[in-house]
Design a protein around this ligand. Structure first.
Ligand code: FE2
Length: 234
C-alpha cells in the first residue's frame, strides 16, 4: 500500500468514527514528530501493540480485500502466565460493503465480534480439522448467549447490536453486506499478538508492504520502532 493511501484511510476512518460517536484515545492522533519526543512513559502503547492497524492483506486492493483496525487495549502473551495479568483486548474495526477479511483462525485468541452500528456484518464459518483444513462438520457458536448451529461454510449475519463469540481454531471470513452500508465492528477478546496468532487458510500477508510516497499522518503500530526512541528513565 502507498503511505498516501493509508493516510487517506486514516482521515476517512476518523470521520466515520466521529459520525458514529466512537472516539479514539489520545495517542491515535500523535504525529510522527510527537512520537519522536515521547519518553518511556509511553512504553505500554508500543509493547502491547496499541494503535492503528490498516492492512490490505497483501492484495493491493484495500477496498476489495482489506481491513481497518485500531487496538484500543491489549496485554502481552506473557500476561497469560500471570493469574492477575491483563488477559483481555479490545479493538475497533471498520468493514466496508463487500470488503473481505480472508479466511483465518486464531491459535490462542477467543474473540467476540460485535456489530456496533452501521450496516450488517456477514461472517462465513468453518471448524478446522487437525491438519488445519476446512472441516465439513456443522459449526456451533454462541450469538449473544444463544447457541446457533450452521452448516460448514455457512454464514451468519450480525445486524447492529448483535455479536458472536468465535473460539480458537474457528475459521472465519467476513465482509459488509452489500447495500447496507459501512459497518462499525467491535472486538473484545483474549490478549492478542497479531505477529504470531493468525493462521490464514490461503497464504496472505497480515501486514501490508508500504511504499513510503509521503510522510505518515499518524503511525501504524508497526511504525513505532522507526520513530519511538525513548531515552532511558533517569
Ligand atoms: Fe479473527
Amino acid at each position: 500500500m502507498k503511505r498516501s493511501e493509508i493516510n487517506t484511510i486514516m482521515r476517512e476512518s476518523l470521520e466515520f468514527l466521529g459520525g458514529m460517536k466512537f472516539l479514539l484515545p489520545p495517542f491515535a492522533t500523535w504525529t510522527p514528530a510527537d512520537w519522536r519526543r515521547k519518553g518511556p512513559e509511553c512504553r505500554e502503547i508500543v509493547d502491547q501493540q496499541l494503535g492503528w492497524d490498516i492492512t490490505d492483506f497483501g492484495s493491493g486492493d484495500f477496498a476489495r480485500v482489506g481491513l481497518f483496525l485500531f487496538t484500543i487495549r491489549n496485554g502481552t502473551l506473557a500476561s497469560l502466565a500471570d493469574p492477575l495479568g491483563k488477559v483481555y483486548a479490545e479493538k475497533i474495526m471498520i468493514v466496508r460493503e463487500n470488503q473481505l477479511t480472508p479466511t483465518h483462525f486464531h491459535h490462542q485468541k477467543m474473540e467476540d465480534i460485535i456489530n456496533r452500528g452501521g450496516g450488517n456484518l456477514v461472517i462465513r464459518v468453518w471448524n478446522a480439522t487437525a491438519t488445519d483444513q476446512l472441516a465439513d462438520t456443522p459449526v456451533t457458536l454462541s450469538m449473544d448467549g444463544v447457541s446457533v448451529t450452521v452448516a460448514a461454510g455457512g454464514t451468519i449475519t450480525l445486524p447492529p447490536g448483535e455479536s458472536v463469540c468465535l473460539p480458537q481454531r474457528n475459521y472465519h471470513r467476513f465482509w459488509g453486506e452489500e447495500g447496507k452500508g459501512t459497518v462499525l465492528v467491535g472486538e473484545v477478546s483474549r490478549v492478542n499478538d497479531d505477529r504470531v496468532d493468525n493462521h490464514f487458510f490461503d497464504p496472505v500477508g497480515r501486514f501490508p508492504d508500504i511504499d513510503e510516497d509521503v510522510e505518515p499522518l499518524y503511525l501504524l503500530y508497526n511504525d513505532y520502532a522507526r520513530y519511538y526512541r525513548p531515552k532511558a528513565a533517569k
